[in-house]
Design a protein around this ligand. Structure first.
Ligand SMILES: N[C@@H](CCC(=O)N[C@@H](CS)C(=O)NCC(=O)O)C(=O)O
Length: 215
């Protein structure tokens, strides 16, 4: 099994899960700044020119949530409830909510503060984030309310929904997201950060100038 990644939030979820479940994989860091996502052999795998991408035998899969579900099925982990339709609906609700609402709300903060710093593409434009605060507050209110009395987003246990929702929000301090007002979200993130694979999901580093493979 081979996983293509860059140091950003969507691959982060997949890498954390691989580590958490103890799955054997080969990791290929795509050289984002060297144009690796646009290289013809990568585009043939992922025409979106995004990471992550998983190659498992004949299967080529993109979209972090689908990759995480595949990995859970393969490892026999109930972090994706493959054998429980009602739980699948619950997890799907939060995966969908993330992609349609939460990710667009937290994403601009993460981009300005984390992505720009990671890839050396400029200083954060704090002014551009001001109009984004209302949207963040609106959806943080929803998540904070849901997490009242809960340690996890769905099914009363750790699922791929937690990893999906937390990948940008975990960097809330660094990203200057106004999360102090949402104690249940902060408590939930603090709990995830105690999972070693979530706290440190990245494979051993290689210089991201090309597409490097290492197990
Ligand atoms: N919905 C996709 C998102 C993929 C995505 O946007 N990946 C980002 C990193 S978080 C990327 O490859 N960005 C590089 C670019 O757009 O050039 C997923 O969940 O896998």
């Amino acid at each position: 099994m081979r996983i293509y990644w860059i140091k950003a939030q969507a691959p982060q979820r997949v890498l954390a899960l691989v580590k958490h479940l103890g799955i054997e994989a080969e990791f290929v860091e795509v050289g984002l700044m060297a144009g690796g996502l646009k290289a013809p052999d990568y585009v043939a795998l992922n025409p979106n020119m995004k990471a992550p991408t998983l190659v498992d035998g004949d299967l080529v899969l993109w979209e972090a949530s689908a990759i995480m579900a595949h990995l859970c099925i393969k490892a026999g982990s109930d972090m994706w409830p493959a054998h429980n339709p009602a739980e699948q609906v619950e997890v799907l609700r939060w995966l969908s909510w993330n992609d349609c609402h939460w990710s667009p709300a937290v994403g601009p903060f993460y981009f300005e503060h984390v992505v720009k710093a990671t890839f050396g593409i400029g200083a954060p434009d704090r002014e551009s984030l001001q109009p984004r605060v209302a949207d963040l507050m609106k959806f943080a209110q929803v998540l904070n309310g849901h997490l009242s009395g809960r340690s996890y987003v769905a099914c009363g246990r750790l699922t791929i929904a937690d990893f999906q929702l937390a990948s940008m929000a975990s960097a809330w301090q660094e990203s200057e997201m106004p999360m102090d007002a949402f104690p249940n979200i902060v408590r939930w993130i603090d709990g995830l950060m105690r999972i070693p694979a979530w706290a440190d999901p990245w494979p051993a580093q290689a210089p991201a100038t090309g597409n490097h493979a290492y197990a």
